[in-house]
Design a protein around this ligand. Structure first.
Ligand code: EPZ
Length: 432
């Protein structure tokens, strides 16, 4: 959500001022999934026809992806929760570096661009705060489908040799179940000549949502949501009108808001299977969770310490590691949290310690000793999920917490403070 800034505000840093200790109640709504919406937008490159995506979240990352696709020649129309994409006249094979650099997911465009045009040049997305984030598996997979790929001067250039410049189906075994590599290769294979099998594929719900869209566009995909995905390439794909799944990471964050404030809160819409590992961890903490088929109501009073380790889906999601740590910082007892997906995703520990949390780290493991009360302090979210963790800690803290790093938060949370305020929180967006 972008407010109109008066000149003095333009020089100031936006922050959230959270008055802690308030119980939450009622219902909070979950928006469409960021990590699905981004790749579904990239899939518009696979067809000349119009693609309409509904239940789109209002996030800065969606704007970023729209800019990247527009730079390739895609015509884009956006509404409050929908976007219409028309990629009939692609004018460029290479999105601008500065746009790709600020949005990693844009690298996934290399798959559909190469499949559609037989050539693509996409800047390497580079690392980010949470890890090196290589694209080795993406490139390896494109080569297995017949592309010649070179990486020079920070740009990945790919071309399909031969007449028609069409990729050829093949067998790809991923060394790690990378979400991005699986999605990039599914889109590449959707227009390839013949059958492609991706082994050790990612099983995340966003991968299943992408398969659903490719099928809605006339494609053939089997096994999404399992370790082996089979795609039969089509000559052409047509347009579609498709609904993005609810955001499981936002839903998990809102359930944690109910838990950390020891409240009773209904979060909707939620697909429980998308949050299996998170629901069972919350139950292990002593929370009651009632699934009514559309939403989940969480009730919490005491929170027990638990251990958790992040893993690829259906394991515990790395994107909820930081928000869950805020909860465990207020639990009764000692918890051990192991971040096993990204090599540098414990940076929120320092700011939680500023709020009085008792946490020690060793490598990618955090040892959390629950405290009776966190105290409000000025903190900064170093990345998207770290910023959400700060907001949750602020809801439980004694006094006022000011959270900076909102440029990260707004990338992945659609009006978080508005939703929490509607449930009884006291959060103001100010400029410091
Ligand atoms: C997606 O990133 C999500 N982003 C991330 O969400 C999420 O944390 C991640 O999947 C894991 O669930 C989007 O969907 C836009 P990966 P992605 O490739 O695809 C290693 C958020 O907060 N790897 O599955 O980039 C990699 O280094 C964001 O919303 C290789 O080694 O993640 C990492 O350790 C953050 N070689 C692990 O795999 C490769 O070629 C998982 O990365 C590719 C990845």
């Amino acid at each position: 959500m972008t407010a109109t800034l008066i000149p003095s505000q333009q020089l100031l840093v936006p922050q959230l001022e959270i008055c802690g200790g308030k119980k939450l109640e009622g219902e909070v709504r979950v928006s469409g999934a960021k990590n699905s919406a981004l790749v579904l937008m990239a899939a518009s490159l696979l067809t000349e026809n119009s693609l309409r995506l509904r239940n789109m979240p209002a996030l800065s990352d969606i704007g970023g992806m729209a800019d990247i696709l527009a730079a390739l020649g895609v015509q884009i129309e956006r509404g409050s929760d929908w976007v219409e994409l028309q990629a009939n006249h692609l004018s460029h094979i290479s999105p601008p570096y500065e746009l790709v650099n600020s949005l990693r997911a844009s690298f996934f465009c290399i798959g559909p661009l190469l499949a559609r045009l037989g050539v693509a040049r996409v800047p390497l997305p580079g690392g980010c705060k949470i890890g090196a984030r290589p694209v080795v598996e993406h490139v390896k997979g494109l080569k297995a489908l017949g592309a010649q790929v070179t990486i020079e001067h920070g740009v990945v250039s790919a071309v399909v040799p031969g007449r028609g410049h069409r990729l050829t189906g093949g067998r790809i075994h991923l060394d790690c179940p990378s979400v991005g590599a699986t999605e990039t290769l599914m889109m590449a294979a959707a227009l390839a000549d013949g059958e492609t099998v991706i082994e050790n594929a990612a099983q995340e719900p966003e991968v299943i949502d992408l398969a659903g869209l490719i099928i809605a566009m006339g494609g053939r995909v089997r096994g999404a949501g399992t370790p082996t995905i089979t795609i039969v390439g089509m000559e052409k794909l047509h347009g579609a009108n498709y609904m993005v799944i609810p955001d499981r990471i936002e839903a998990g964050t809102l359930l944690l808001a109910g838990a950390i404030t020891r409240s009773s809160l209904r979060v909707t819409p939620v697909i429980p299977e998308h949050l299996g590992a998170v629901i069972s961890k919350l139950e292990e903490c002593g929370c009651q969770l009632n699934n009514d088929g559309i939403g989940i109501t969480i009730k919490a009073d005491r929170i027990n310490a638990v251990d958790l380790r992040t893993q690829p889906f259906p394991g515990f999601p790395t994107d909820l590691q930081a928000p869950f740590m805020s909860l465990l910082a207020t639990a009764e007892g000692s918890s051990v949290i192991t971040e096993a997906i990204f090599e540098n995703r414990l940076q929120h520990v320092g700011d939680l310690q500023r709020m009085g949390a008792d946490i020690r780290t060793q490598g990618n493991t955090a040892f959390v000793e629950g405290v009776a009360q966190l105290s409000g302090a000025p903190v900064t979210g170093s990345d998207l999920r770290a910023a959400a963790a700060m907001v949750l800690a602020g809801l439980a803290a004694d006094g006022t917490t000011s959270v900076q790093g909102l440029q990260h938060l707004d990338r992945g949370y659609d009006n978080l403070e508005g939703k929490l305020n509607a449930a009884g929180a006291s959060i103001k967006r100010t400029y410091a």
